[in-house]
Ligand binder design. Structure first.
Ligand code: NAD
Length: 245
């Protein structure tokens, strides 16, 4: 009997797919047999070339998820999609006493919250028609705990991630009757470009280390797989024990 994860024949679309957790998800999905579409504000052509050289099927789309028309264009170009990983997110470190803080607030909300909804609006209705699909939203420990690990700024990011956690439940209830499963992952501190300059006090971390992108991507792949057929509206905490609700 075969018990391995398997995404053979699935078309998985990953936003923020050029780097970090998104790129790790792309590599693992292709390794499990999926073809992937990578959506990013930067060109993911290098990763596409790597995946194709390894025998995989991948394409890149340059688009800003905060731009609904751009997301709709990607949906038209990509064709039928079996699963979406709404992973694109930003966390500009900030100072909420600054005069221009609202600009950062609006951009974070546009990318993290509206961007997730733009993807839901573009990709869920076609899944409803086909009566199958998965939609995985990448939240954050910070939205669960109301804090970042390393500092006490980024109120915009924390609010945005708490917002998408609530949206996971809203989208899951709306989508379940159509046979579509919507779930979320709330990563803890993970070694990606977003944390290039971070130097956290690892002695405060239960496992004494940050996570690697692959350690977030494998649970994402699980949620995309048939093995997760009864998980609906869940937030999966993948944080190395840094937050235990
Ligand atoms: N790294 C962590 O510690 C951590 C912890 C919790 C949650 N997260 C979340 O995981 C997700 C991935 O983060 P990461 O650490 O891999 O970051 P990253 O910066 O390494 O990668 C994010 C990717 O998203 C792309 N992107 C940014 N804005 C975009 C937009 N408007 N439209 C399309 N693409 C856009 C970037 O170009 C980049 O390729 C984010 O939602 C982030 O909030 C990360």
């Amino acid at each position: 009997m075969k018990h391995n994860l398997d995404l053979a024949g699935r078309h998985v679309l990953i936003t923020g797919g050029a780097g970090g957790i998104g790129a790790a998800t792309a590599r693992i999905s292709v390794g499990l047999g999926a073809r992937v579409s990578l959506v990013d504000v930067v060109d993911a052509g290098g990763l596409v070339a790597e995946l194709r050289a390894a025998g995989g099927d991948a394409v890149a789309h340059v688009a800003d998820v905060a731009d609904r028309a751009a997301v709709e264009r990607v949906a038209a170009a990509a064709g039928p999609v079996d699963a979406v990983v709404a992973n694109a997110g930003i966390c500009p470190h900030d100072d909420w006493t600054a005069d221009d803080w609202e600009d950062a607030f609006h951009r974070v909300m546009d990318v993290n919250v509206l961007g997730t909804l733009n993807c839901a609006r573009a990709f869920l209705p076609p899944m409803y028609q086909r009566k199958r699909g998965r939609f995985v939203v990448i939240g954050s420990l910070s939205g669960r705990a109301g804090r970042l690990m390393a500092h006490d700024q980024a109120a915009h990011y924390i609010a945005s991630k708490a917002g998408v956690h609530a949206l996971v439940k809203w989208l899951a209830r709306r989508s379940a009757p159509h046979g579509i499963l919507v779930n979320g992952i709330a990563p803890g501190p993970t070694r990606t470009a977003a944390f290039t300059n971070a130097n956290p006090d690892l002695s405060a971390y239960p496992l004494g280390r940050m996570g690697d992108p692959e350690e977030i991507a494998w649970p994402i792949a699980f949620l995309l797989s048939e093995r997760a057929s009864y998980i609906c509206g869940a937030m999966l905490d993948v944080n190395g024990g840094n937050y235990m609700p």
